[in-house]
Design a protein around this ligand. Structure first.
Ligand code: FAD
Length: 456
């Protein structure tokens, strides 16, 4: 018998239960990836993510070839393409992992119906997108946790399935053609410093992280210039790393660094379970605060300055330029730039979330929208009116100004922490730097926010 394995957000060979089940239960299998028309139509095709996806597919194909197989890529409507491949391969089963988004659930239903009509069975395996599936832990009175701390307590006590080994060999039946694999070439608008994708890259990074990164994670994860976080987020987004394997491997190393790291992985699960229960939170306020955000027309110049990294607040500008250059931003940068847009400039979180999704290589609806909402105070933050002061944040997380000088070279002549407040320079000293004055004074921004929220 022949199976088809449909890859979606799980572009890997290690810890892939659907692939393993197809391998163990069939004489041959077709590893299939469909470039889904519906995803393209939804506009969820930022160049940075398309480039990373191309790397992941190339690497998956290479890994399958090492095992005697290959990847089959098709494009179009996902249900129609899977049915076509099933008929070409004369397959009797399709294996895939459950998705967690509303779209993924609709896709599953359509696929099941289309395959049943062909006399083919769809096996949907437990999700591999999160470590624990949304709904695996719930509070007594609701279908999801709205606050992270109790969620994490339950999450930590829940047993995790074991990671599954990659198959050693893969036999693909003849006669199933593939389209050429997509490639980075020909894509425009890719960030110059974009990371490479693919499972090989991801596993190399994992090995060095466990060896020399994770132990100091608790102390260094907020160190902006130190860049001491794992940078696994795009690999988790495309599934070139398994969150289950990450939790097991991290726990295996032990210590405070591992604990802090696992806690961040639980944040990822937390946001996914919120979005699964409240799909509207992708666009609507999770908790309405009756904000009267400034209109995009009124705030047009401030929004442009924020996007382009010329707000006059060096740490905000540094982080926004890192985003543009790498398609990735340090978490501390994401927090302080999101606070700056929503609270200091009082611009709707959706404006910022949209811009992030256009550039982030790890851009993902659950983590992006819900982290934006968290910072805007419309989400799950229990202190919705907290405002991060960019100067204090900069002094604390970039004490010597190294991160700012790296990304805002106009200011590289200012030594030490003075780089965080160039407006304090006077006369010719100030004139020497071609760098804008602040778009807003911090007390004015704070007063505007307090007034507007105060009317809640
Ligand atoms: P590490 O610090 O090494 O953490 C390990 C992993 O834990 C990350 O790869 C990530 O999967 C998870 N994680 C860490 N922090 C968070 C968090 N706050 N929420 C959810 N998961 C987390 N993350 C995304 O993956 N996609 C996004 O689109 C995204 N948008 C964000 C937008 C804003 C405004 C904010 C404040 C945060 C956003 N994050 C997003 C969360 C976080 O910033 C990134 O996951 C993290 O910076 C990725 O770097 P890393 O892999 O080195 O993280």
């Amino acid at each position: 018998n022949v199976s088809v394995v449909l890859f979606t957000s799980d572009l890997r060979l290690h810890d892939h239960p659907a692939l393993r089940a197809a391998h163990d239960g069939s004489a041959a299998l077709v590893p299939l990836f469909v470039r889904d028309d519906a995803v393209a139509a939804a506009g969820f095709t930022a160049p940075n993510r398309m480039a990373f996806l191309a790397d992941c597919l190339a690497d998956l194909d290479a890994g399958l070839r090492e095992r005697g197989g290959r990847l089959v890529v098709r494009s179009g409507d996902v249900a129609a393409q899977v049915c076509k491949v099933v008929s070409e391969a004369d397959a009797d089963e399709v294996h895939m992992a459950a998705g967690v988004s509303a779209y993924a659930r609709r896709r599953e239903d359509r696929l099941r119906a289309a395959l049943e009509a062909e006399g083919c069975r769809l096996h949907v395996h437990d999700t591999v997108i999160t470590a624990l599936a949304p709904g695996a832990v719930t509070p007594a009175s609701s279908d999801h946790f709205a606050v992270f701390t109790p969620y994490f307590r339950h999450w930590s006590q829940q047993p995790l399935r074991g990671a599954v080994a990659a198959p050693r060999t893969v036999r693909v039946p003849d006669g199933v053609a593939s389209e050429p694999l997509p490639s980075r070439e020909g894509l425009s608008g890719i960030s110059a410093g974009l990371a490479r994708g693919g499972e090989t890259e991801a596993r190399g990074r994992l090995a060095s992280w466990l060896r020399s990164g994770i132990a100091s994670y608790e102390d260094r994860h907020d160190d902006l210039p130190g860049d001491a976080t794992s940078r696994f987020s795009p690999h988790l987004h495309f599934g070139s790393l398994s969150p289950v394997e990450l939790v097991h491997r991290a726990r295996g190393t032990g210590g405070a660094g591992a604990e802090a790291f696992v806690r961040q992985l639980a944040w990822r699960d937390f946001h996914h379970q919120v979005l699964a229960a409240r799909p509207d939170a992708a666009v609507a306020d999770y908790r309405t605060r009756h904000d009267s955000w400034r209109s995009e027309t009124e705030a047009r110049e401030d929004i442009a300055a924020w996007k382009e990294g010329r707000t006059g607040y060096p740490v905000v500008d540094a982080a926004m330029r890192q985003l543009r250059h790498e398609g990735w931003m340090h978490n501390r940068g994401r927090l302080l730039t999101a606070s700056f847009l929503t609270k200091t400039l009082y611009v709707d979180w959706r404006v910022g979330a949209r811009h992030f999704l256009e550039l982030l290589v790890d851009g993902d609806v659950a983590n992006n929208q819900l982290n934006w909402q968290w910072m805007a105070g419309t989400g799950t933050d229990t202190r919705p009116n907290r405002v991060l002061n960019p100067v204090l944040q900069a002094r604390r997380y970039d004490p010597d100004g190294e991160y700012v000088r790296r990304w805002v070279p106009e200011l590289e002549g200012i030594a030490g922490a003075a780089v965080h407040e160039p407006w304090k320079l006077r006369g010719l000293d100030r004139a020497a730097y071609d760098y804008p004055d602040p778009v807003v004074e911090l007390p004015d921004g704070l007063a505007r926010f307090k007034n507007a929220r105060g009317r809640d």
